[in-house]
Design a protein around this ligand. Structure first.
Ligand code: NAD
Ligand code: DAU
Length: 347
């Protein structure tokens, strides 16, 4: 029986990972810490909280005393760090908290992992650390040896953390692994991100704000497939290694938005082209051949099925996201999109 410490488990991917662990490894104990920022929602963990193998503590990963006290008590075998400020647009408005949580928080967790001798420290990173790829070179993909070359304060903070993880492995011998995944979608994603934002706005017949011309490409992966890949890495991955995770599913933003509009029976008139994101990355595309060859991982959910499941989930769980939209997020939406929508063009 292992104790797995999951940070950021009240967020989108962390919560999906908590449920995967509790379902697939009932012999293990899962301890989750989360600061419950605007992106963390304890309601998401309601079912997990009923499970005797699960414990939740509201802790900021930057709070050294609280983190060390938790490690002292729980002596985790494996640490999986999902906790992060994760939204690029917010990092452009306010970079400081990204550096604090994403870099300094990672340092605190690794210091505690060293002191208490964890068997594996896993850092959940992102393909954004590689920067972007041109649209006219579909042959180019990110591999684990692609140089880090970031665009936003968010991706820079994630790259900074990755470098620190590498340093703790080499200098202190901390048994680390890093995964770098492409864009996730699925249940419990906060409605500031492209897919849930477009679903929520379309259902409310609100404008669908597409940045620039909507030609930017992302490589979409169903969240459960990402969680399964991390599960394989923490149990069978090689210490000191980086693993890219992605499903060879590149799509243009405008095509995703049109697909959502059609699935919900709404009009394309809702599509509104707005001022582009500053420093907007053009294209992400992952080469996942290493994790496939070494650990046998392959994505299981095709995009056409995953997006149907995701839209159905948002339709069936309106309370979950409508509670979020009625709070602080409404101010965020007005601040982030108010000026953009004034200069907008219709599709
Ligand atoms: P999210 O924003 O939905 O959730 C982040 C969680 O971390 C929230 O529950 C939040 O409360 C918590 N948190 C934030 N600051 C904290 C702190 N200081 N201490 C403790 N908890 C804190 O993010 P997500 O989309 O689930 O992403 C999870 C991880 O996966 C991040 O590290 C992100 O960089 C990475 N990632 C995300 C994607 C994606 O498409 N969403 C893809 C690749 C990698
Ligand atoms: O690639 C992995 C990354 O994917 C993760 O590391 C990040 O945590 C995660 O947020 C995500 O980053 P993106 O910036 O790619 O995701 P986002 O959903 O914010 O945007 C996806 C694309 O859609 C991007 O090109 C910007 C565009 N977009 C986004 C929003 C919110 C719009 O056109 N309109 C919008 O309103």
């Amino acid at each position: 029986m292992a104790t797995i410490l999951v940070t950021g488990g009240a967020g989108f991917i962390g919560a999906n990972f908590v449920y995967l662990q509790l379902n697939e490894h009932p012999e293990d104990r899962v301890v989750c810490i989360d600061k419950l920022t605007y992106a963390g929602n304890l309601e998401t963990l309601e079912e997990a909280l009923k499970n005797p193998n699960f414990r939740f503590e509201k802790i900021d990963i930057c709070d050294r005393d609280a983190v060390f006290a938790l490690f002292e008590e729980e002596r985790p075998d494996i640490v999986v760090n999902f906790a992060a400020e994760s939204h690029v647009d917010r990092s452009i408005e306010n970079p400081a908290v990204f550096l604090e949580t994403n870099i300094l928080g990672t340092q605190v967790l690794m210091d505690a992992s060293r002191k208490y001798g964890v068997k594996r420290y896993h850092q959940v990173s992102t393909d954004e650390v590689y920067g972007d790829l041109p649209l006219d070179r579909p042959d180019l993909l990110f591999t684990e040896t692609t140089p880090l070359k970031t665009s936003s304060p968010y991706s820079s903070s994630k790259a900074g953390a990755d470098l620190l993880v590498g340093a703790y492995h080499r200098t202190f011998g901390l048994p680390t692994t890093i995964s770098r995944c492409s864009n996730n979608y699925g249940p419990y994603q906060f409605p500031e991100k492209l897919i849930p934002l477009m679903i929520a706005n379309a259902l409310a017949d609100k404008p669908l704000p597409v940045y620039g011309a909507g030609l930017n490409v992302r490589d979409w992966l169903y969240v459960e497939d990402h969680c399964k890949a991390i599960d394989l890495i923490i149990r069978h991955g090689k210490v000191g290694e980086v693993y890219n995770i992605g499903g060879h599913n590149e799509m243009r933003n405008i095509d995703i938005v049109k697909l959502i509009v059609e699935a919900l029976g709404k009009s394309e008139d809702l599509i509104t082209f707005v001022t582009d994101r500053k420093g907007h990355d053009m294209r992400y595309a992952i080469d996942p051949s290493k994790i496939h060859a070494e650990l046998g991982w392959l994505p299981e959910t095709m995009f056409k099925d995953g997006i149907k499941k995701t839209i159905a989930w948002y339709l069936e769980n309106k309370d979950w996201w409508q509670n979020i939209l009625s709070g602080e997020y409404q101010n965020y939406f007005d601040t982030m999109y108010g000026a953009r929508l004034k200069d907008a063009k219709k599709a």
